[in-house]
Design a protein around this ligand. Structure first.
Ligand SMILES: Nc1ncnc2c1ncn2[C@@H]1O[C@H](COP(=O)(O)OP(=O)(O)OP(=O)(O)O)[C@@H](O)[C@H]1O
Ligand SMILES: [Mg+2]
Length: 278
């Protein structure tokens, strides 16, 4: 898939300006999930949140999980992030078992998970700083990302001085500045207005194309799922499970008008039908 081209993207840094050598991880990021189970148990009740999830996400794939509220999407993502333990099954990233959070997996959630006491630049540099990346390299890295997310003039601002869309852009930059193999996104644009959401989707595709990161994305929004993804996995609830999978057969160039193409509309109808009946 080629990145979306528009005027804003044209202002972005060319590919050869990427800040190389900060971390390994490029061109990897294969996620394997086998027989995943999650049961939430309390003294009196048991709730089967996920049943028999089998899913392989190829390196550099953009895969979206779509499904009704409560079907276990966030639970699945938190388990891949290593924030929660499964009650059964196996999960690996490039063959390594997931046993907790790690720098190989970057996360962007719906709430703005920026550190309020750090400036925009410091937020972006946070991960590399933890990894011991030297100050000057870090500075280059944050400048690179500030340019991509078009917030150069907000480098010294604090999160509370930014709009929702700006904060979410910083959250994405912060996750990616750490050069993760995998980017995990749980409804990252859910709280944004329609126009900002479209801009964010285009920016994300551009960044994904450039960084060669594997993306596991969660949304309720059918249009968003089709526009962004190479593959869509639909989950059903009670218990949370995979019910169908769709390859998104759309032109590589995902410009805004791809949303009007017969292929897009056909898939949209099919997905809407499926979600209505589940
Ligand atoms: N810590 C927990 N203890 C008990 N049950 C939980 C816990 N976390 C989630 N659940 C239950 O697991 C199910 C799946 O929750 P999850 O948050 O994964 O859904 P989701 O698909 O992300 O929903 P939404 O689209 O609304 O975000 C829900 O029924 C929820 O009540
Ligand atoms: Mg959720």
């Amino acid at each position: 898939m080629q990145p979306v081209r528009n005027e804003q993207n044209a202002a972005m840094a060319p590919v050869n300006e990427r800040t190389e050598g900060v971390a390994a991880g490029q061109g990897q990021g294969r996620i394997e999930i086998r027989g995943l189970q999650k049961v939430y148990a309390s003294a009196k009740t048991q709730f089967e949140a996920l049943r028999d999830i089998d899913l392989t996400i190829a390196e550099n794939e953009f895969l979206t999980i779509l499904g009704p509220s409560g079907c276990g999407k966030s639970t699945l993502l938190r388990i891949v992030a290593g924030l929660e333990d499964p009650t059964g099954g196996e999960l690996t990233v490039d063959g390594d078992a997931i046993i907790g959070p790690g720098a190989d997996r970057g996360m962007v959630f719906q709430g703005y998970t920026l550190f309020p006491w750090l400036t925009v630049r410091e937020n972006i540099e946070y991960g590399p700083k933890l990894k011991g990346v030297p100050t000057l390299v870090r500075r280059g890295l944050s400048s690179h990302w500030l340019k991509i997310i078009r917030l150069e003039s907000f480098a010294k601002s604090y999160p509370k001085q930014l709009s929702g869309g700006m904060k979410q852009r910083v959250a994405i930059a912060r996750a990616l500045a750490n050069r993760p193999k995998v980017l995990l996104m749980d409804e990252p644009f859910g709280a944004l207005d329609a126009q900002t959401k479209l801009e964010m989707q285009e920016m994300l595709l551009e960044v994904w194309e450039r960084e060669k990161t594997t993306v596991l994305f969660i949304t309720h929004d059918i249009d968003e799922a089709i526009f962004l993804s190479q593959r869509i996995v639909v989950m059903g609830a009670n218990p949370g499970r995979i019910i169908r999978e769709f390859q998104v057969e759309l032109p590589n160039e995902r410009t805004a008008d791809v949303r009007e193409t017969p292929g897009f509309l056909k898939l949209k109808r099919e997905l809407a039908q499926l979600l209505k009946h589940d």
